[in-house]
Design a protein around this ligand. Structure first.
Ligand SMILES: Cc1ncc(COP(=O)(O)O)c(C=O)c1O
Length: 375
Protein backbone atom coordinates (compact mmCIF):
# COMPACT_ATOMS: atom_id res chain seq x y z
CA UNK A 1 0.00 0.00 0.00
CA UNK A 2 1.31 3.49 -0.79
CA UNK A 3 0.50 5.40 2.41
CA UNK A 4 -0.99 8.87 2.39
CA UNK A 5 1.85 10.20 4.52
CA UNK A 6 5.13 8.90 5.86
CA UNK A 7 7.13 10.69 8.53
CA UNK A 8 10.83 10.52 7.83
CA UNK A 9 14.26 11.29 9.20
CA UNK A 10 16.27 13.58 6.96
CA UNK A 11 19.53 12.63 8.61
CA UNK A 12 20.64 14.45 11.73
CA UNK A 13 17.47 14.27 13.86
CA UNK A 14 18.76 11.52 16.19
CA UNK A 15 22.22 13.12 16.40
CA UNK A 16 20.69 16.40 17.54
CA UNK A 17 18.40 14.66 20.01
CA UNK A 18 21.47 12.99 21.52
CA UNK A 19 23.22 16.38 21.64
CA UNK A 20 20.22 17.92 23.36
CA UNK A 21 20.23 15.17 26.00
CA UNK A 22 23.98 15.68 26.48
CA UNK A 23 23.44 19.36 27.36
CA UNK A 24 21.68 18.24 30.53
CA UNK A 25 18.66 20.44 29.78
CA UNK A 26 15.87 18.89 27.78
CA UNK A 27 13.01 21.04 29.04
CA UNK A 28 11.76 23.98 26.97
CA UNK A 29 13.82 26.89 25.62
CA UNK A 30 17.09 24.96 25.46
CA UNK A 31 19.84 25.16 22.86
CA UNK A 32 17.83 23.70 19.97
CA UNK A 33 14.75 25.79 20.67
CA UNK A 34 16.96 28.88 20.31
CA UNK A 35 18.39 27.54 17.04
CA UNK A 36 14.85 27.03 15.69
CA UNK A 37 13.82 30.52 16.82
CA UNK A 38 16.87 32.04 15.10
CA UNK A 39 16.13 30.11 11.93
CA UNK A 40 12.60 31.49 11.61
CA UNK A 41 13.46 35.03 12.63
CA UNK A 42 16.42 35.19 10.24
CA UNK A 43 14.99 33.41 7.24
CA UNK A 44 11.51 34.93 7.28
CA UNK A 45 12.05 38.14 9.20
CA UNK A 46 9.35 37.39 11.79
CA UNK A 47 9.60 39.95 14.60
CA UNK A 48 9.41 37.30 17.28
CA UNK A 49 8.69 33.59 17.21
CA UNK A 50 8.00 31.09 19.97
CA UNK A 51 8.00 27.33 19.52
CA UNK A 52 4.87 25.69 20.88
CA UNK A 53 3.81 22.10 21.34
CA UNK A 54 1.41 22.34 18.38
CA UNK A 55 -0.29 24.76 16.04
CA UNK A 56 -3.38 24.20 18.18
CA UNK A 57 -1.47 25.63 21.15
CA UNK A 58 -0.20 28.57 19.10
CA UNK A 59 -3.80 29.33 18.11
CA UNK A 60 -4.91 29.07 21.75
CA UNK A 61 -2.18 31.54 22.66
CA UNK A 62 -3.53 34.02 20.10
CA UNK A 63 -7.01 33.77 21.63
CA UNK A 64 -5.52 34.55 25.08
CA UNK A 65 -3.36 37.37 23.70
CA UNK A 66 -6.35 38.97 21.99
CA UNK A 67 -8.32 38.73 25.25
CA UNK A 68 -11.23 37.00 23.57
CA UNK A 69 -14.23 37.09 25.89
CA UNK A 70 -17.55 35.21 25.94
CA UNK A 71 -19.83 36.62 23.26
CA UNK A 72 -17.04 38.08 21.12
CA UNK A 73 -17.34 37.19 17.48
CA UNK A 74 -14.52 35.58 15.52
CA UNK A 75 -14.77 35.22 11.75
CA UNK A 76 -13.16 32.08 10.31
CA UNK A 77 -13.59 29.64 7.43
CA UNK A 78 -15.82 26.63 7.96
CA UNK A 79 -13.62 24.45 5.74
CA UNK A 80 -10.73 24.07 8.17
CA UNK A 81 -9.34 21.97 10.98
CA UNK A 82 -11.16 22.12 14.32
CA UNK A 83 -8.28 23.89 16.10
CA UNK A 84 -8.60 27.02 13.94
CA UNK A 85 -11.83 27.87 15.74
CA UNK A 86 -11.78 25.68 18.83
CA UNK A 87 -9.04 27.92 20.23
CA UNK A 88 -11.54 30.80 20.23
CA UNK A 89 -14.57 28.69 21.24
CA UNK A 90 -12.56 27.77 24.36
CA UNK A 91 -12.64 31.45 25.38
CA UNK A 92 -16.42 31.58 24.80
CA UNK A 93 -16.32 33.26 21.39
CA UNK A 94 -19.11 32.92 18.89
CA UNK A 95 -17.63 31.57 15.66
CA UNK A 96 -18.94 33.32 12.56
CA UNK A 97 -18.23 31.03 9.64
CA UNK A 98 -17.39 32.49 6.25
CA UNK A 99 -17.51 30.60 2.97
CA UNK A 100 -14.60 29.59 0.74
CA UNK A 101 -14.15 30.58 -2.89
CA UNK A 102 -15.98 28.33 -5.35
CA UNK A 103 -12.69 27.27 -6.94
CA UNK A 104 -10.42 27.15 -3.86
CA UNK A 105 -10.94 26.25 -0.20
CA UNK A 106 -9.44 29.55 1.03
CA UNK A 107 -11.74 32.05 2.74
CA UNK A 108 -13.36 34.57 0.38
CA UNK A 109 -12.69 38.15 1.62
CA UNK A 110 -16.04 39.33 0.21
CA UNK A 111 -17.72 36.87 2.58
CA UNK A 112 -15.68 38.21 5.51
CA UNK A 113 -16.81 41.76 4.77
CA UNK A 114 -20.49 40.76 4.97
CA UNK A 115 -19.97 39.26 8.44
CA UNK A 116 -18.11 42.06 10.26
CA UNK A 117 -20.04 43.57 13.19
CA UNK A 118 -19.01 45.75 16.15
CA UNK A 119 -18.54 42.49 18.09
CA UNK A 120 -15.92 41.09 15.68
CA UNK A 121 -12.74 40.66 17.72
CA UNK A 122 -10.64 38.63 15.29
CA UNK A 123 -10.47 37.36 11.74
CA UNK A 124 -8.77 33.98 11.39
CA UNK A 125 -7.70 32.91 7.92
CA UNK A 126 -6.23 29.58 6.80
CA UNK A 127 -3.74 29.29 3.96
CA UNK A 128 -5.19 26.03 2.69
CA UNK A 129 -2.67 23.59 1.22
CA UNK A 130 -0.03 26.27 1.79
CA UNK A 131 -1.63 28.54 -0.82
CA UNK A 132 -1.96 32.14 0.35
CA UNK A 133 -5.29 33.78 1.08
CA UNK A 134 -5.83 37.14 -0.60
CA UNK A 135 -4.06 39.00 2.20
CA UNK A 136 -4.31 42.51 0.70
CA UNK A 137 -8.11 42.29 0.65
CA UNK A 138 -8.22 40.70 4.10
CA UNK A 139 -5.87 43.29 5.65
CA UNK A 140 -7.87 46.10 4.04
CA UNK A 141 -11.01 44.94 5.87
CA UNK A 142 -9.04 44.34 9.08
CA UNK A 143 -7.45 47.79 8.98
CA UNK A 144 -10.71 49.52 8.12
CA UNK A 145 -12.45 48.02 11.18
CA UNK A 146 -9.34 47.72 13.36
CA UNK A 147 -9.65 43.94 13.78
CA UNK A 148 -6.60 41.74 14.44
CA UNK A 149 -5.89 38.96 11.93
CA UNK A 150 -4.58 35.51 12.81
CA UNK A 151 -3.01 33.60 9.92
CA UNK A 152 -3.42 29.89 10.51
CA UNK A 153 -0.36 28.87 8.51
CA UNK A 154 -0.38 25.28 9.83
CA UNK A 155 0.22 24.01 6.29
CA UNK A 156 2.03 27.05 4.95
CA UNK A 157 5.65 26.89 6.06
CA UNK A 158 7.86 28.54 3.42
CA UNK A 159 4.84 29.88 1.55
CA UNK A 160 4.68 33.48 0.32
CA UNK A 161 2.06 36.05 -0.60
CA UNK A 162 3.50 38.57 -3.07
CA UNK A 163 6.98 37.82 -1.71
CA UNK A 164 5.90 38.24 1.92
CA UNK A 165 6.27 35.09 4.07
CA UNK A 166 2.94 33.62 5.14
CA UNK A 167 2.45 34.10 8.85
CA UNK A 168 4.16 37.51 8.77
CA UNK A 169 1.27 39.62 7.47
CA UNK A 170 -1.47 39.40 10.12
CA UNK A 171 -1.04 40.20 13.82
CA UNK A 172 -0.04 36.57 14.39
CA UNK A 173 0.92 33.54 12.32
CA UNK A 174 0.67 29.98 13.58
CA UNK A 175 2.49 26.95 12.14
CA UNK A 176 2.33 23.18 12.60
CA UNK A 177 5.13 20.61 12.60
CA UNK A 178 2.79 17.66 13.01
CA UNK A 179 4.08 14.59 11.19
CA UNK A 180 1.79 15.26 8.23
CA UNK A 181 3.33 18.66 7.46
CA UNK A 182 6.26 19.59 5.19
CA UNK A 183 8.65 20.08 8.12
CA UNK A 184 7.96 17.79 11.04
CA UNK A 185 8.72 17.19 14.68
CA UNK A 186 6.07 14.56 15.47
CA UNK A 187 3.93 17.16 17.19
CA UNK A 188 5.04 20.79 17.27
CA UNK A 189 4.08 24.33 16.42
CA UNK A 190 5.21 27.93 16.23
CA UNK A 191 3.68 31.28 17.03
CA UNK A 192 4.94 34.23 14.98
CA UNK A 193 4.20 37.59 16.61
CA UNK A 194 4.18 40.46 14.15
CA UNK A 195 3.00 43.21 16.47
CA UNK A 196 5.60 43.83 19.15
CA UNK A 197 3.00 44.97 21.69
CA UNK A 198 2.14 41.29 22.21
CA UNK A 199 5.65 39.89 22.66
CA UNK A 200 6.08 40.30 26.39
CA UNK A 201 2.68 38.85 27.25
CA UNK A 202 3.16 35.97 24.78
CA UNK A 203 6.28 34.88 26.66
CA UNK A 204 4.34 34.96 29.92
CA UNK A 205 1.32 33.06 28.60
CA UNK A 206 3.60 30.39 27.14
CA UNK A 207 5.33 29.92 30.51
CA UNK A 208 2.25 29.12 32.62
CA UNK A 209 1.49 32.79 33.33
CA UNK A 210 4.91 33.47 34.84
CA UNK A 211 7.65 35.94 33.94
CA UNK A 212 10.22 33.16 33.88
CA UNK A 213 11.59 34.21 30.45
CA UNK A 214 12.44 37.68 31.86
CA UNK A 215 14.03 36.04 34.89
CA UNK A 216 16.32 33.89 32.75
CA UNK A 217 17.39 37.01 30.84
CA UNK A 218 18.29 38.60 34.17
CA UNK A 219 15.63 41.31 33.85
CA UNK A 220 13.88 40.46 37.15
CA UNK A 221 15.30 39.08 40.38
CA UNK A 222 12.67 36.36 40.79
CA UNK A 223 9.79 35.06 38.79
CA UNK A 224 6.19 34.42 39.74
CA UNK A 225 2.59 34.34 38.61
CA UNK A 226 1.84 37.55 36.72
CA UNK A 227 -0.96 36.62 34.27
CA UNK A 228 -2.99 33.67 33.06
CA UNK A 229 -1.19 31.17 30.87
CA UNK A 230 -0.49 27.53 30.31
CA UNK A 231 2.33 25.19 29.36
CA UNK A 232 2.76 25.86 25.66
CA UNK A 233 6.51 25.31 25.25
CA UNK A 234 7.89 22.05 23.86
CA UNK A 235 10.79 20.00 25.16
CA UNK A 236 14.16 20.75 23.57
CA UNK A 237 14.11 17.16 22.25
CA UNK A 238 11.28 18.16 19.91
CA UNK A 239 13.23 21.25 18.89
CA UNK A 240 16.31 19.09 18.18
CA UNK A 241 14.30 16.95 15.77
CA UNK A 242 12.78 20.05 14.21
CA UNK A 243 16.12 21.80 13.73
CA UNK A 244 17.49 18.85 11.74
CA UNK A 245 14.55 19.27 9.38
CA UNK A 246 14.85 23.06 9.19
CA UNK A 247 18.49 22.79 8.18
CA UNK A 248 17.30 20.77 5.19
CA UNK A 249 14.22 22.83 4.41
CA UNK A 250 15.36 23.73 0.90
CA UNK A 251 16.05 20.12 -0.01
CA UNK A 252 12.73 18.97 1.45
CA UNK A 253 10.85 21.70 -0.37
CA UNK A 254 12.60 21.01 -3.67
CA UNK A 255 11.63 17.35 -3.58
CA UNK A 256 8.02 18.08 -2.54
CA UNK A 257 7.68 20.59 -5.38
CA UNK A 258 8.99 18.01 -7.87
CA UNK A 259 6.40 15.50 -6.68
CA UNK A 260 3.61 18.09 -6.84
CA UNK A 261 4.59 19.13 -10.35
CA UNK A 262 4.83 15.53 -11.53
CA UNK A 263 1.29 14.87 -10.32
CA UNK A 264 0.12 18.05 -12.04
CA UNK A 265 1.84 17.37 -15.37
CA UNK A 266 0.78 13.71 -15.47
CA UNK A 267 -2.83 14.49 -14.70
CA UNK A 268 -3.21 17.76 -16.55
CA UNK A 269 -2.76 16.05 -19.92
CA UNK A 270 -5.33 13.40 -19.24
CA UNK A 271 -8.05 14.90 -17.14
CA UNK A 272 -8.29 18.30 -18.72
CA UNK A 273 -11.66 17.42 -20.25
CA UNK A 274 -12.99 15.46 -17.30
CA UNK A 275 -15.16 16.79 -14.51
CA UNK A 276 -12.34 16.37 -12.00
CA UNK A 277 -10.44 19.55 -11.23
CA UNK A 278 -6.79 20.03 -10.39
CA UNK A 279 -5.64 22.34 -7.58
CA UNK A 280 -5.46 26.06 -8.32
CA UNK A 281 -2.64 28.35 -7.26
CA UNK A 282 -3.57 32.05 -7.20
CA UNK A 283 -1.18 34.38 -9.02
CA UNK A 284 -0.30 36.21 -5.79
CA UNK A 285 0.77 32.99 -4.04
CA UNK A 286 3.70 30.62 -4.18
CA UNK A 287 3.05 26.89 -3.94
CA UNK A 288 4.85 25.26 -0.99
CA UNK A 289 3.75 21.81 -2.21
CA UNK A 290 2.10 20.91 1.04
CA UNK A 291 -0.71 19.02 -0.62
CA UNK A 292 -1.85 17.62 -3.94
CA UNK A 293 -5.60 17.30 -4.15
CA UNK A 294 -8.33 16.76 -6.73
CA UNK A 295 -11.85 18.11 -6.65
CA UNK A 296 -14.31 15.49 -7.90
CA UNK A 297 -17.65 16.36 -9.45
CA UNK A 298 -19.65 14.94 -6.54
CA UNK A 299 -19.48 12.81 -3.42
CA UNK A 300 -20.30 9.61 -5.28
CA UNK A 301 -17.44 10.07 -7.73
CA UNK A 302 -15.05 10.83 -4.87
CA UNK A 303 -16.13 7.75 -2.92
CA UNK A 304 -15.62 5.57 -5.98
CA UNK A 305 -12.22 7.13 -6.71
CA UNK A 306 -10.98 6.58 -3.14
CA UNK A 307 -12.25 2.98 -3.34
CA UNK A 308 -10.59 2.42 -6.73
CA UNK A 309 -7.27 3.75 -5.45
CA UNK A 310 -7.50 1.66 -2.29
CA UNK A 311 -8.15 -1.48 -4.33
CA UNK A 312 -4.99 -0.62 -6.26
CA UNK A 313 -2.89 -0.13 -3.15
CA UNK A 314 -3.06 3.67 -2.86
CA UNK A 315 -4.28 5.40 0.26
CA UNK A 316 -6.01 8.67 -0.75
CA UNK A 317 -8.08 10.59 1.79
CA UNK A 318 -10.75 13.27 1.97
CA UNK A 319 -10.23 16.27 4.22
CA UNK A 320 -12.27 18.59 6.44
CA UNK A 321 -15.97 18.37 7.18
CA UNK A 322 -17.55 21.85 7.22
CA UNK A 323 -17.39 22.96 10.85
CA UNK A 324 -20.71 24.81 10.77
CA UNK A 325 -22.34 21.40 10.16
CA UNK A 326 -20.27 19.62 12.83
CA UNK A 327 -21.89 17.66 15.61
CA UNK A 328 -20.56 20.18 18.13
CA UNK A 329 -21.46 23.43 16.39
CA UNK A 330 -24.47 22.86 14.15
CA UNK A 331 -26.94 23.60 16.97
CA UNK A 332 -25.33 27.04 17.43
CA UNK A 333 -25.21 27.88 13.75
CA UNK A 334 -27.89 30.17 12.41
CA UNK A 335 -25.90 31.65 9.53
CA UNK A 336 -26.25 31.23 5.80
CA UNK A 337 -25.57 28.07 3.81
CA UNK A 338 -21.89 27.75 2.99
CA UNK A 339 -22.13 26.00 -0.33
CA UNK A 340 -18.47 26.13 -1.26
CA UNK A 341 -17.30 24.80 2.07
CA UNK A 342 -19.78 21.94 1.68
CA UNK A 343 -18.60 21.34 -1.88
CA UNK A 344 -15.01 20.78 -0.74
CA UNK A 345 -16.27 18.68 2.18
CA UNK A 346 -17.89 16.29 -0.30
CA UNK A 347 -15.62 16.45 -3.32
CA UNK A 348 -12.00 17.07 -2.32
CA UNK A 349 -9.57 14.14 -2.18
CA UNK A 350 -5.90 14.32 -1.19
CA UNK A 351 -3.26 12.13 -2.82
CA UNK A 352 -0.13 10.75 -1.11
CA UNK A 353 2.62 13.37 -0.85
CA UNK A 354 5.70 12.85 1.27
CA UNK A 355 9.43 13.35 0.85
CA UNK A 356 10.20 9.70 0.13
CA UNK A 357 7.43 9.18 -2.44
CA UNK A 358 9.18 8.08 -5.64
CA UNK A 359 8.52 9.26 -9.19
CA UNK A 360 7.47 5.71 -10.07
CA UNK A 361 4.88 5.77 -7.30
CA UNK A 362 3.54 9.13 -8.48
CA UNK A 363 3.28 7.79 -12.04
CA UNK A 364 1.51 4.67 -10.79
CA UNK A 365 -1.02 6.70 -8.77
CA UNK A 366 -1.72 8.92 -11.79
CA UNK A 367 -2.17 5.87 -14.02
CA UNK A 368 -4.77 4.52 -11.63
CA UNK A 369 -6.63 7.84 -11.55
CA UNK A 370 -6.64 8.02 -15.33
CA UNK A 371 -7.82 4.40 -15.64
CA UNK A 372 -10.65 5.25 -13.21
CA UNK A 373 -11.76 8.14 -15.40
CA UNK A 374 -11.70 6.05 -18.54
CA UNK A 375 -14.00 3.36 -17.18
C1 LIG B 1 -5.42 24.46 9.16
C2 LIG B 1 -4.95 23.76 10.39
N1 LIG B 1 -4.88 24.45 11.54
C3 LIG B 1 -4.43 23.87 12.67
C4 LIG B 1 -4.03 22.56 12.70
C5 LIG B 1 -3.56 21.96 13.99
O1 LIG B 1 -2.19 21.70 13.95
P1 LIG B 1 -1.50 20.85 15.13
O2 LIG B 1 -1.77 19.41 14.82
O3 LIG B 1 -0.05 21.20 15.04
O4 LIG B 1 -2.10 21.29 16.40
C6 LIG B 1 -4.08 21.80 11.53
C7 LIG B 1 -3.67 20.40 11.55
O5 LIG B 1 -3.59 19.70 10.60
C8 LIG B 1 -4.56 22.42 10.34
O6 LIG B 1 -4.66 21.73 9.18
Amino acid sequence: MIPFNKPYLHGRELVYIAQSVATGKISGDGVFTKKCHDFFETRYGFKKVLLTTSCTDALEMTALLLDIQPGDEVIAPSYTFVSTVNAFALRGAKIIFADSYSDHPNIDPNEILKLVTPKTKAIVVVHYAGIACDMDSIMKIANQYNIPVVEDAAQAVDGYYKERPLGSIGTFGTFSFHETKNIIAGEGGLLAINDERYINRAEIIREKGTNRASFFRGEVAKYGWVDIGSSFLPSDIIAAYLFAQLENLDDIQTRRKQIWQRYYDNLNKSIVNSEIKLPKVAGYSTNNAHMFYLVCSDLEQRTLLIKHLKENGVYAVFHYLSLHCSEYYQGNYAGQNLVNSDLFTDNLVRLPLFYELTNEQVDYICEKIISFLNV
